[in-house]
Design a protein around this ligand. Structure first.
Ligand SMILES: [Zn+2]
Length: 302
């Protein structure tokens, strides 16, 4: 029902996904459809994710047209994003194949909830993903989100083993998943199963959708949780939705010096060599792809 029906297309900075360690500074042609397999009551994209395709305004495009648009914008990748792309399976698979054949890479911004067999079909064409871990308690997934944590974690491991570039996002909702032990458990799991260099984005909640009775996450909570995640051994832990915060920057895991300074989704300082080594101490930094040095943000909405 949703095949080829787009609710949005936008040429976004890759940092918006967020992917901080993959082709930094590049644009990614970003598309979405309607619907989701989860029911997060705080969804920031609820107007497309918690609606059916009959309720949204759509533009119909073929995979060929999506790839043509991506090329016309000079985007080296296409991101399947905004609503849950895995429920748009047939369309993203067809588009991914065509993109790959045209030298364009594929990015998923996803909740990671899919069966093993279809995930493996996508893996052949998937280059990078940001996966939301919405809580680190099975009960929260079952009761509030209407999903399953065990499936998401299994899929993260499958993607990691297949060599997909992975980053994770943890949105901190006050009173729901802001417990320090929960974040420590996630960090420990991530170190053990995805590796200490897999970036974690701890992001700030703002009142949205059905969660307007909860205040925005205090910045001090985010900072405390970031410290906890670092203490568990993760080397790259970022804060998101807090423009201008020093935890938006990348610091060398070896010498601690500032390597990439960001302002929102823009890169304003770059201290890595062309082969992604720290300019100060020479350590290899886990950033894949190349630095695109593009300018500011531009895009279009349908
Ligand atoms: Zn260094």
């Amino acid at each position: 029902m949703t095949y080829g029906k787009l609710t949005a297309m936008w040429n976004d900075p890759i940092e918006k996904k967020p992917l901080f360690h993959w082709n930094p500074g590049s644009y990614t042609f970003s598309i979405s459809s309607a619907g989701c397999n989860f029911k997060c009551p705080w969804c920031q994209n609820w107007s497309i994710s918690q609606r059916t395709v009959e309720e949204t305004s759509n533009v119909e495009l073929s995979p060929e047209e999506v790839v043509k648009y991506a090329k016309s914008y000079g985007a080296p990748s296409i991101s399947y994003t905004y609503n849950e792309p895995l429920i748009w399976f047939e369309f993203i698979l067809d588009t991914m194949k065509l993109a790959r054949a045209n030298g364009i890479k594929n990015v998923l911004v996803t909740n990671g909830f899919i069966n093993e067999e279809p995930l493996k079909e996508l893996l052949t064409y998937l280059d990078a993903a940001n996966v939301d871990v919405k809580a680190f308690k099975e009960e929260t997934y079952r009761k509030v989100i209407k999903g399953r944590l065990d499936v998401v974690l299994r899929n993260l491991e499958i993607m990691s083993k297949a060599g997909v570039h992975l980053e994770t996002t943890y949105l901190v909702v006050p009173g729901l998943n802001d417990d320090a032990e929960e974040v420590r458990s996630l960090a420990r799991w991530q170190v053990e199963h995805l590796g200490q260099f897999t970036p974690l984005h701890i992001t700030r909640f703002y009142p949205q959708y059905k969660y307007t009775h909860v205040d925005a996450t205090p910045v001090s909570t985010l900072e405390r949780l970031r410290e906890e995640a670092l203490k568990e051994g993760l080397k790259y832990v970022y804060l998101g939705n807090v423009t201008g915060h020093p935890a938006e920057h990348t610091y060398c895991h070896n010498c601690g010096k500032l390597l990439i300074r960001r302002w929102g989704f823009s890169i304003v300082e770059w201290n890595l060599t062309d082969d992604m080594k720290c300019k100060f101490c020479g350590a290899s930094i886990p950033v894949r792809g190349k630095y695109w040095k593009t300018g500011s943000y531009e895009g279009l909405i349908v």
